[in-house]
Design a protein around this ligand. Sequence first.
Ligand code: NDP
Ligand code: HEM
Length: 509
Amino acid sequence: PTNKRDPASNQLQEWYSRNKYKIGHITSESGVAVPNQTSSITVGKYGPIVLADFNLIEQLGHFNRERIPERVVHAKGAGAFGYFQVTHDISQYTVSKVFEFIGKRTPIAVRFSQVAGNLGSADTVRDVRGFAVKFYTEEGIWDLVGNNTPIFFVRDPILFPMFIRTQKRNPVTNLRDWDMFWDFLTLRPESVHQTMILFSDRGIPDGHRHQHGYGSHTFSLIGKDRKLTWCKFVFKTNQGIRNLDPQKANELAGTDPDYALRDLYNSIEDGKKTDDFPSWTMYIQVMTTDQAKKQPFNPFDITKVWPHKDFPLIEVGQMVLNQNPSNYFSDVEQVAFNVNNLTPGIGPSPDRLLQGRLWAYQDTHRYRLGVNYEQLPVNNSLNKVSNFQRDGKSAFNNQGGAPNWYPNSFGGPSVDLQAISWTPPPEEIHGTQDYHDLGDDDNFSQARVFWNKVLDEGAKTRLVANLAGTLKIANEEIRDRAVEMFTKVDQSMGKRLKAALVEEVTVNL
Ligand code: NDP
Ligand code: HEM
């Protein structure tokens, strides 16, 4: 009967059939055999437990420490492994070994996530999805830590913690609070474009396989002779876009809150039988430094896309997920993506939000996983790590007897003089040091294109209904501000939203 069950339901049975002849003895953490696993050591049958029962103490002590802090955002997620393979040559733009030649394969780890909810929250909520890819390259780790949306809500990192708090719980009631949620979004109109994408059909993807992924920020590619080209990374799903109807999503949140996690696991196990794995096609968009100076919009503003007709998608390769985690905690909970993990040939850009993120991830990992988080197996680089950092909690790779100072005359690692050729070209930058607030920097024109050119009539109706669904619960002042904001996108959108806000609709909290 077990072979009728889906692979996720059958995981234990399957593990047992592979391991039943290898089962060994229980040991303590130090490897000593344990004689009894059902009873503590007591003085007499009904007497107290003795302190010398080290096995009991070790187990209770370990249990008390089994949870680590969940990610402050993107806590709930699913992970998998696979590879990225180049199908089209882009070596004219970058010296990156990942894109070295057609056919080149690089192993990857991927984690998909929801942003706002806690570790046990439902997968089928309306939320942005994280789309993080770790490339284990021969030149170190490259992490592309993106979302399923090409843009973001805010363009300055100082607003990120504020924005996130409004998407989480009210400090008194500990409930999601639609006043908080809509207050921030309507006070910061740069969020309007992303808010429209979030409340459109694609705001609730049908699992992780049926969504696109975007690096979202503008990055740089460094080619031969340190030639710099600005770049966006895009992954388009080969499974096709599929979204969940909000009603169905709500039902699933109750009946199968781990819907997306289960779907990814099963699709990879099923793929092993049919050689048909979840996959995405990677594209880049490129912009020369001269083009960047002439755009009518700021190409380094994450609330904006680069229009396809001006910056067409250039196909690069295939991302295939063909391996499930062998252990969720080790492979998914401990995976740590760093926006600053960029390998030769790929670099950052002046995008303000990206600049903030270049610092934030290392810091959060040191808190969540400890200072030596990059020594955890899933985060290990394929090539040898040699530097002068030592010690700290859980130092697995403490680099033996090598010198821990630089410069030294005892054979410690030396600087790679070649590495300068992968760094961006020298650039003179002038400017006044000040608070340059970009809050009003063309917030509506691309949102207007999204409304007028991308959404058909049905999609517009659903977007307005979805917005009204929770906006209805916000206070009157916030609702009025929302109508005003969406009227600036398009008169007709404002009108339709105003009408929807007085209609009787079922509110899905
Ligand atoms: P295009 O017509 O070339 O592109 C429209 C894009 O919108 C396509 O990539 C399409 O994805 C995507 N799309 C369709 N429905 C949704 C949705 N509900 N949520 C998010 N994306 C969706 O036009 P432009 O490049 O000129 O862009 C026009 C507008 O499209 C932009 O202002 C922006 O709002 C939106 N957009 C643009 C993207 C870009 O990188 N240029 C990327 C995503 C959205 P698909 O390929 O699956 O059809
Ligand atoms: C996770 C901070 C913007 C994508 C996180 C985490 C933090 C964080 C602290 C938790 C990491 C962990 O514990 O492992 C920030 C800050 C931002 C920002 C400060 C802005 C200044 C963005 C943007 C995107 C993004 C714009 C996408 C384009 C992700 C993803 C994860 C994540 C995908 C989950 C990674 C994983 O799966 O482990 N972010 N973030 N973040 N962030 Fe951001």
